[in-house]
Each structure stands twice: as structure tokens, then as C-alpha cells.
Write a protein that binds this ligand. Structure first.
Ligand SMILES: Nc1ncnc2c1ncn2[C@@H]1O[C@H](COP(=O)(O)OP(=O)(O)OP(=O)(O)O)[C@@H](O)[C@H]1O
Length: 632
């Protein structure tokens, strides 16, 4: 591959790296250090990592008490100028692990040489992630704003705007590969003096869909650029990646070093019939069996709207996150979720058409056949490919279908208590990234996945999902892969007979959510986004009739038939068993409600509406909904 060739020629390996990387084995930063240094405290503070004091101040402002493992390991290596290829679990603080040393090095250089030039390029696979990384850099440079300029290149703006954005010569540029290359190619961005190239979610950035952009960028790099690559899933590409862009990198694979005490994620799966998913989800959220903000993953956009409309039948509020929504809306959804405005996000991993070049498409197809795990969360996860500025036509003329796509990869949803895989992903690597939205930064979280057993597949036609045919195979892979990391995924048994009383309500709700209703909800949401669009404001001012038309369309009423009787859970439907049967003790985990009263917030009617238990034990619906974990 040209990219690899170019980079192989590029640089001499640094002696210190060569020493630590003999045999290409994983090295920890301490292994080559003198004994004196080995005796340093096991967990240095941020101020002991050698960072600029202004950054340490900014870190304190973020209330980060101590560096995470990946920060302790990667920051010293990066400050030392080494190339780093780092695999660390989701939510472990990788962003700060590369942002802080890059900022620190730039500040150090600026103390003696204030000449402005773009010293760091951070490449990310999606616009959402670019936005997030940009904000993180702004936060960390809060006490050195005069010395650090940062630019984010993701908007689909004209070259003139791009030029003006880059005219100030930002020290750090955050971009998707396509946008970065476009800026370099149009001479708006110069990489002549670049010192740090950082790839976040590196396996995606380096995946086949971005080959060409990355090759082009690599040709524009000066010699001696330090390369840092980060991701939670690198395994399939590790060997290949080592040779691409890096000069004999130091490998940090931090999974080995996580002890059981670090494990804050509890994983369950439920094997059930196709329609039971809907029933169980209704009960989980209506009876608030899951406590706290939740992310529900479904297979495609239609299913996302279907589930949302289904929930609405029961007055369960949720919002949608998918690639069809404009980027600003997607960013807003995440922000509002993080601010606690929504409790439930339904996100879709779409099987969507993605533009990619012919060669890459063929390579991708080959890879899909030959690789087990690493296949489906690659290129397709990138929303930008569809919206990035047009590449030379001949290179982007085919559409690649069936790539799994995720709008959530790398996104720092705050305080997610539960990830529900309503539809199981089709690969175990996609599973890793999905469940990685919870239990972040040392917090606890739960992941619950629905799995359709082969014998039950296709039995309930209205809710059948094609990909679910392989659920059991995928689950087996997931369990194997999690086991390698010392994690377990356990069966979670619901007492199905207790749920039967609710089945006719579930069926009523499902029937009301017709295909027409879904289509209408989808267009309605897009229409509303158009109305809210700042970009179109001027157009609407000049064309008020269009605006009125759009508004009128927006008043068509609710997409699905409303059934007020479904909004409440009558007492007679609730089973009689005591709530001790509800297994928060068995599970030993907070998101499912505690059996003793202290943690319950449901004695009063919550914002999701529904039952009104009014505090009495007898009227608490949870005590009568039996959930128990299978004992082995
Ligand atoms: N030292 C720290 N102390 C406390 N919180 C931290 C620390 N470092 C990072 N965080 C917080 O942890 C969360 C996860 O960080 P980040 O998004 O960088 O994780 P990540 O490893 O990049 O995850 P992913 O693989 O999903 O992209 C963020 O909310 C961040 O603010």
C-alpha cells in the first residue's frame, strides 16, 4: 500500500522505542526505565506527569482527581516524543491521554518559538467526535487561550470560509480525514511543520473507506511527525496499523492491566421471542426497572422510529439519534441527553448506503469475508462520508451497502446507566463500542442485550429483523471476546408468566404503529429540523409561503393512533408477588431498582407518567414484577 511504503521510508526509528519494542511485543513505558524511576508512586498525579502547569490547572477545573490508567501510561510516552499505538477500553479517558501531551509540547515550544504553525492534526472518523474532541481541547486550554488556537474542520463550508477559518494558523486542527485532505489539497491548511498526528478511533480512521484520504495526507507530512493512535478495538488491525504511519510505535494494550476492581460494567442477555423484546422493553421502561439515563440500540432508522412511537403509546418519552438527522441536531441530542433533558435515546446502527471508492469497496468486501470480528463497525460508522465535500468523482462513484454504522462511536454520553441492545449488533466489535457508552470514567453501568434464538426467528413476522437470524452466533462471539477481557455476559431470566398480563397492551401498541405512521414520524422530524435550521432561516424569510407550507405540514397531528388507556398501568395487571423477587440483590447492581425503599424514586408519579403507587408497599408495581437471575 502506498501509504505504508511512504511511511516506511519516512523516518528512522528512535533508539528508545526500538529498545522497548524488540520483537514487536507489547511494552509498558516503565519496562525500559531505570530502577530509580520504577520506584515512582504507582499512580502519579497529573502534576507529576510533566505537563504544563496551566494544563494541570485546567484538569483540576474538570474535577479529574487523578489520571486514569491510559493517561498514566500514554502521557509520559507522548511527552517523550514516542509514537504510541494504544488500545484501552471505552470510556477510559483516551482523549485527555493524547490531547494533554500535545498541548503541553506546543506550549513548551511556544515559550521559545512563538511563530504560529499547525503543529497537531487530530483525525477522527465522525463529525460528532470532532465536535467533542474540539470542546475537550478548548476545556484543557482554558488557562492558555492566548497560546493555543484550535480549529475544527467538519462543516461543509465553502473554500473561502475554510480559508478564513485557517487564516489564523491554528496550533491544533481537528478534522475527519476527508475534510483534512480537502483543506490540505486546497492549500488552506499547511502540514509542512506538523509535529503530532493523532488518530482517535484509529481503526475506523485507518479503515478501507479512508485509505485514499490517509494516503494523501501521509504524503503531505514532514519527516519526524509523532503519531499517536487510540482506540478500544485495534486487535484485528494491530499488526497492520503498526506499519502504517508509525515509526516502530510503542504498543499499549491496557486490557491486561485492568483488575476486577476496575470492572464496573454488568452484562446480561435475554433470550426471547421476537415480540417479547417489545413487551420486555415496555415493562422495563414503564415500570422503571432500569434506573437512569439509557441508550437503546436498534438495527435501523425505521425500527428506531417504530420503537419511539411504540413507547409513546405508553407515554414513555425518548428521542432518536440517527445519521439521517442533520449533524447539528445529532450534536444537540447528545448535549440534551447529557444535560438530563431526555432519559432515553434510541440510536440506530444503520445498514446504510455509504459512498466509497470502487477499490475500497472491493477491499472491504474481501475483508468482510475473511475477518470475523473486525468487519462491521468500520467505514460504515462514518456519517461524514456521505456529507464530506465531493472527492474526485471517479474515486467515489460506487455505493457500498450493508456496512454497519454507528452514530454513537466514541461519543461521551454522560452517566449512561444502561445500554440496551434491543437489536443485537452483527459483530462483537460493534458490541464493545455500544456497551462502552456506559460504565465510563469509573462509573457503573449495565448492558442488557436481547437475543433471538434460532428456533424463534421469523415466528412473529411483524417484528422479524433479518439480522437477528444470527443472534446466537453473534452472542457466542461476544461471550468469547468478553471472556478474553475477563468479563462475563450472563443470562438474565425474566419470569415470563408474569409478563403475560401485559401482552395484549403490547399488541395494541404495536398495531397502532403502522408503516405509514413510521414514515410520517420520520418525515415530520426532518421537517421540524428544517424549520429549526439556522441555515435556512434567511431562505424562509425570503419565501414565507414555503415556511407556511412546511408549518402546515407539521400540524398533521400525531403519527400513530393514540390509545389513552395504554398510558397507565392499572393495578389489576400487576402480579401479586412481593418485590423481593425483583433481583436487584441478585444482580447487585443499581440500575435495576433496589428492594429496600431508599433508592426508589418511583413512589410518586414520575415524568414518564403511568402508575401512581403513592408510597405504599402494596401499591408498588415493582414488588410484583418478578425478575430473577438464573443460577448456574
Ligand atoms: N482522569 C480522569 N478523571 C475523571 N474523569 C475523567 C478522567 N479522564 C477522562 N475522564 C472523563 O471520562 C469520560 C470518558 O473519557 P473519553 O471520552 O476520553 O474516553 P475514551 O476512552 O476516549 O472512550 P471511547 O473509547 O468510548 O471513545 C469523559 O467524560 C471524561 O471527561
Amino acid at each position: 500500500m502506498a501509504l505504508k511504503r511512504k511511511l516506511d521510508q519516512n523516518d528512522e526509528p528512535s533508539p528508545s522505542i526500538a529498545a522497548t519494542e524488540a520483537g514487536g511485543q507489547i511494552a509498558t513505558p516503565d519496562s525500559s526505565k531505570p530502577e530509580r524511576e520504577q520506584k515512582r508512586p504507582a499512580e502519579p498525579s497529573f502534576s507529576e506527569l510533566g505537563l504544563d502547569p496551566r494544563l494541570v490547572q485546567a484538569v483540576a477545573k474538570q474535577s479529574f482527581e487523578k489520571p486514569t490508567l491510559v493517561q498514566r501510561k500514554a502521557i509520559p510516552l507522548a511527552l517523550d516524543g514516542q509514537d504510541v499505538l494504544c488500545k484501552a477500553k471505552t470510556g477510559s479517558g483516551k482523549t485527555a491521554a493524547y490531547v494533554l501531551p500535545a498541548l503541553s509540547t506546543i506550549l513548551k515550544r511556544k515559550a521559545t518559538n512563538p511563530t504560529p504553525f499547525t503543529a497537531a492534526l487530530v483525525l477522527v472518523p465522525t463529525r460528532e467526535l470532532a465536535d467533542q474532541v474540539y470542546k475537550t481541547i478548548e476545556q484543557f486550554s482554558a488557562f492558555c487561550t492566548k497560546d493555543i488556537q484550535v480549529a475544527k474542520l467538519t462543516e461543509n463550508v465553502s473554500d473561502a470560509v475554510l480559508r478564513s477559518l485557517l487564516a489564523n494558523v491554528p496550533d491544533i486542527v481537528v478534522a475527519t480525514p476527508a475534510r483534512a485532505w480537502h483543506s490540505v489539497n486546497s492549500s488552506a491548511l499547511s502540514l509542512d511543520k506538523l509535529q503530532h498526528l493523532i488518530l482517535d478511533e484509529a481503526d475506523l480512521v485507518l479503515s478501507y473507506g479512508y485509505d485514499e484520504d490517509m494516503e494523501n495526507i501521509s504524503r503531505s507530512l514532514p519527516k519526524g511527525v509523532q503519531t499517536i493512535m487510540m482506540s478500544a478495538t485495534l486487535s484485528a488491525e494491530l499488526e497492520t496499523l503498526k506499519g502504517i504511519l508509525c515509526r516502530n510505535p510503542t504498543l499499549l494494550d491496557l486490557k491486561e492491566e485492568l483488575g476486577p476492581e476496575d470492572e464496573k460494567l454488568t452484562q446480561f442477555y435475554v433470550k426471547c421471542a421476537e415480540d417479547d423484546k417489545w413487551l420486555i422493553s415496555y415493562l422495563i421502561f414503564k415500570l422503571q426497572l432500569v434506573k437512569g439515563p439509557s441508550l437503546i440500540f436498534v438495527a435501523d432508522i425505521d425500527r428506531a422510529y417504530r420503537l419511539k412511537l411504540f413507547f409513546e403509546q405508553f407515554s414513555i418519552r425518548s428521542c432518536i439519534l440517527n445519521s439521517e438527522l442533520p449533524i447539528n441536531t445529532r450534536i444537540k441530542v447528545v448535549e440534551e441527553f447529557n444535560r438530563g433533558i431526555y432519559d432515553i435515546i434510541i440510536a440506530s446502527d444503520e445498514k446504510s448506503e455509504v459512498f466509497m471508492d470502487e477499490k475500497a469497496g472491493a477491499a472491504a468486501a474481501e475483508q468482510e469475508e475473511s475477518k470475523e470480528d473486525a468487519k462491521s463497525s468500520r467505514k460504515g460508522e462514518n456519517a461524514d462520508a456521505e456529507k464530506e465535500p465531493a472527492q474526485p468523482k471517479k474515486k467515489r462513484k460506487t455505493h457500498k451497502k450493508d456496512e454497519e454504522y454507528g452514530v454513537s462511536r466514541g461519543i461521551d454520553f454522560k452517566n449512561v446507566a444502561a445500554v440496551i441492545n434491543f437489536d443485537l449488533p452483527t459483530s462483537s466489535s460493534s458490541y464493545i463500542h455500544r456497551i462502552g457508552r456506559t460504565a465510563r470514567a469509573g462509573r457503573t453501568g449495565i448492558a442488557l442485550s436481547f437475543v433471538i434464538p434460532k428456533e424463534l426467528f421469523g415466528k412473529h413476522k411483524p417484528t422479524t429483523l433479518k439480522s437477528a437470524e444470527s443472534d446466537e452466533k453473534v452472542l457466542a462471539k461476544i461471550i468469547r471476546q468478553q471472556a478474553k477481557q475477563g468479563r462475563t455476559v450472563e443470562p438474565y431470566n425474566l419470569n415470563k408468566s408474569q409478563m403475560e398480563a401485559f401482552r395484549y397492551r403490547m399488541n395494541d401498541a404495536l398495531r397502532a404503529v403502522t408503516k405509514v405512521a413510521i414514515r410520517e414520524a420520520r418525515t415530520k422530524e426532518l421537517r421540524q429540523e428544517l424549520l429549526r435550521s439556522e441555515t435556512l432561516k434567511r431562505y424562509f424569510e425570503e419565501n414565507p409561503a414555503e415556511l407556511a407550507h412546511l408549518r402546515h405540514d407539521g400540524e398533521l397531528g400525531r403519527a400513530a393512533r393514540q390509545q389513552p388507556h395504554l398510558k397507565h398501568v392499572p393495578d389489576y395487571l400487576l402480579p401479586k408477588e412481593g418485590k423481593n423477587a425483583l433481583t436487584s440483590n441478585d444482580i447487585g447492581f443499581v440500575p435495576f431498582r433496589k428492594v429496600d425503599g431508599k433508592q426508589r424514586g418511583h413512589k410518586h408519579k414520575g415524568k414518564r407518567g403511568g402508575f401512581t403507587p403513592a408510597g405504599g408497599r402494596k401499591r408498588d408495581p415493582l414488588k410484583t414484577f418478578r425478575v430473577r437471575r438464573k443460577t448456574k
